[in-house]
Write a protein that binds this ligand. Structure first.
Ligand SMILES: N[C@@H](Cc1c[nH]cn1)C(=O)NCC(=O)O
Length: 439
């Protein structure tokens, strides 16, 4: 069979399904500690800030490893990386299962974050190897969407095990789940069809990084991911729940219900955005800008609402913010289409830093703004009151503004580079007179 004959073959679907399974398991490992917060407080005798440290360590490790992981995916191939990631997560969960001190727990979480960091970029890297270009935007979206279901595995069966069997057996079950990911990767995932061509020389890490970074399309992907995704992470990982319960005064049960809208929106919007990107590839940045506009408008309305916003408005806010997850996948599409195959992994790694970096900065600054307002007595002595949240969460507008400028600047650079190659404006554009949106 020719190389093109392998594209979209039964083997392609098998490889994708197995890698998707490994990613879903990675998201389960990622989100498992968050749902075990109360048990972790007891087990480690930990304060709220120590518990937050577990999340921060994991996020820092995840974001910090994206570029090295991207480079290694291009050098070693996705199979080794997904297998290695599953092995690291297994070790991490084993350590957590046995840990009875904060230090030991943090080491476990470090391993889980590192293994998780190796999975997504590798799965995305497999797509252009096994599928035709027109399928990839939709498969990228479905990959992101199915991965989100891992949150549900943590939230339902894992929490049930935790209550039924307690800490150690529940985390041992997660370690066993990683073995499933490891076996799937080893047995089914393949870096590409067998080829008679001689293996190319491995490319130096520095070359991969500079080639991917110099491409303005990679940076456009980075800023797109940065701007679209961070509000989702900030809401889900830290500030959403306290904002809803202590700021807006909704009950804990309603807040949990509202948070579950994120998964629902990812399920519905993912395929719709995937279809839109596949159909209108020259409108990708316009789609991302529209989503950013929706998120900013919804936040503005909720922040300016006199008193607590009504429930329907909170639902609108969460639907808009949740669109950021699927919209951020457009960033990976930029990395794929602007880069040569040999650096797609590195480009994808660079893009994936964006949203997590923006989220880390925002989570920290929002916490700091809440603290200083409490000291200044804004809205009363309570740390989490609505007025304090209004000011603190407004920091998101600054991040969105910086990200939007980054997108505009890099989009212009990408267009200029394409024009020099004779690829811009795109053939068949109906807006040649005004300069069509080429990305
Ligand atoms: N944008 C997310 C994934 C996503 C897709 N739909 C909703 N969220 C992303 O960048 N994921 C990276 C990862 O490692 O999960």
């Amino acid at each position: 069979m020719t190389k093109a004959g392998y594209l979209d073959s039964a083997r392609s679907w098998g490889v994708w399904a197995a890698s998707l399974g490994a990613y879903l398991i990675a998201v389960t490992q990622r989100t498992s500690f968050g749902v075990a917060g109360l048990e972790a407080t007891d087990r480690f005798n930990a304060s709220a800030s120590i518990l937050a440290t577990f999340s921060v360590v994991q996020l820092v490790v995840y974001a910090g490893l994206q570029i090295p992981v991207g480079i290694l995916v291009d050098r070693w191939g996705p199979r080794a990386m997904i297998t290695g990631g599953a092995a690291l997560m297994m070790v991490g969960q084993l350590l957590l299962a046995m840990a009875d001190s904060v230090g030991a727990g943090l080491v476990g979480r470090f391993f889980v974050g590192a293994g998780d960091a190796m999975t997504f970029v590798s799965v995305i890297r497999l797509l252009p190897v096994w599928f035709s270009g027109y399928r990839i935007p939709m498969l990228t979206q479905v990959t992101g969407m199915v991965g989100q279901l891992g949150q549900l595995l943590s939230l339902i069966p894992f929490v049930a095990l935790l209550h039924l069997w307690s800490w150690t057996p529940a985390f041992l079950s997660l370690a066993a789940l990683s073995v499933v990911g490891l076996v799937l990767a080893l047995v089914v995932v393949s870096n590409g069809p067998p080829t008679t061509e001689s293996r190319p020389e491995p490319i130096k890490a520095k070359t991969l990084l500079s080639e991917a970074w110099r491409e303005p399309g990679t940076r456009l992907g980075f800023w797109t991911h940065f701007t679209t995704q961070f509000t989702t992470n900030v809401f889900l990982l830290t500030w959403g729940y306290p904002f809803l319960v202590s700021g807006q005064g909704v009950s804990p049960a309603t807040a949990s219900g509202l948070l579950s809208i994120f998964v629902l929106v990812a399920m519905v919007a993912g395929p719709l955005l995937g279809a839109a990107v596949a159909r209108y590839p020259h409108r990708r940045s316009a789609i991302a800008f529209n989503v950013i506009g929706l998120i900013a408008t919804a936040w503005l309305v909720v922040i300016l609402w006199p008193g607590p916003a009504p429930l329907w408005m909170l639902v609108v806010l969460i639907v808009c913010v949740a669109l950021g997850g699927p919209a951020s996948m457009i960033g990976f599409d930029f990395a794929r289409t602007f880069n040569t195959q040999r650096v797609i992994g590195t480009g994808t790694g660079i893009v994936n830093v964006g949203g997590f970096l923006a989220a880390l900065i925002t989570v920290y600054v929002v916490g700091w703004l809440l603290d200083i307002q409490q000291k200044a007595g804004v809205g009363g002595a309570e740390l989490y009151n609505l007025d304090a949240f209004r000011w603190a969460l407004s920091f998101q507008f600054i991040v969105m503004f910086c990200g939007t400028i980054g997108m505009l600047v890099t989009r212009n650079k990408a267009r200029r580079a394409m024009a020099l190659r004779g690829e811009y404006p795109p053939a068949g554009s109906r807006r040649l007179d005004r300069g069509s949106l080429n990305d």
